[in-house]
Design a protein around this ligand. Structure first.
Ligand code: GLY
Length: 268
């Protein structure tokens, strides 16, 4: 049976120079960021995820946010072309890491730009945020890559946040956690919806750990990893019956990251 793996990359010593789009710059405690990253990796391992760790990229400030560089499907990998010029060089080493795991490697090419943070896969549906980082050209390229494998690619307008997964992520195959101020909830009308607490607009980003590739009848194999600083939203998720684990990612939040960004999940 395929097992769940996560690719992570250590924090760049240059993270203080990260890209910021919708939040202001605050001092980042690099030592604390390293401690938090270690705790994040430990939490994944405690949830039975096989973690592969890459060394830090000293010259690439945002390179801890590996999610933006590649999309992993069971059938293929799609190497992205990140929307921020400063992030394009992150892709090469990730492609090298994944070439052993997927025979088919597709690529987003100019004029397409795509960040993995804008891509939310739920079953055979692939929602892609039309954001400051990801454009229509990339969505069309992605659709051409995925349609032969039976996926439906759906472009989703959004506003006021960096990535689609800042605004919505999946708790399960039939439930999403969503901030209705940042994305039109009608795009997700086929799913049960839990809204983030009004006072916690950034709370919608969480990692769904589904230990088996076919998850619909395996709820005991599922858990959720979310940031520790959204207590009101945490209560709502627990009340809906989801098993939840929290990690402190304050230093990554200052870099406009969150929990999904720090790993790429895939089955081997
Ligand atoms: N700092 C995360 C990003 O802008 O991609």
């Amino acid at each position: 049976m395929p097992t769940l793996h996560a690719l992570c990359r250590a924090v760049s010593p240059a993270m203080l120079d990260c890209e910021l789009s919708f939040i202001g710059r605050e001092p980042i405690d690099l030592a604390l960021a390293n401690t938090q990253h270690n705790a994040y990796v430990k939490a994944l391992r405690a949830l039975n995820v096989e973690v592969v760790e890459l060394p830090a990229e000293a010259a690439l400030p945002d390179s801890v946010f590996v999610e933006d560089t590649v999309l992993l499907f069971d059938e293929l990998a799609v190497m992205t072309r990140p929307g921020a010029q400063s992030r394009r060089a992150e892709v090469a080493s990730i492609e090298a890491a994944f070439s052993a795991h997927r025979e088919i490697i597709a690529r987003i090419f100019e004029p397409g730009t795509l960040d993995g943070g804008d891509v939310l896969q739920i079953g055979k549906r692939v929602f892609v945020g039309l954001s400051q980082r990801s454009n229509q050209a990339a969505i069309e390229q992605l659709s051409a890559c995925l349609t032969p494998f039976g996926y439906q690619v759906i472009a989703v307008p959004m506003q006021d946040c960096l990535h689609l997964k800042s605004a919505v992520t999946a708790l399960s195959d039939d439930t999403v956690l969503i901030n209705p101020d940042w994305v039109d909830v009608d795009y997700f009308k086929d799913y049960q919806q839990i809204y983030v607490a009004k006072s916690e607009p950034h709370a919608a980003n969480l990692v769904r750990i589904a230990l088996t590739a076919s998850t619909s009848s395996a709820s005991d194999m599922e858990s959720i990893l979310m940031p520790a600083n959204f207590p009101e939203t945490e209560v709502l998720i627990r009340a809906a019956g989801f098993a939840l684990h929290t990690v402190d990612v304050s230093e990554f939040q200052k870099a406009e990251g969150a929990v999904t960004c720090c790993s790429v999940l895939f089955y081997v």
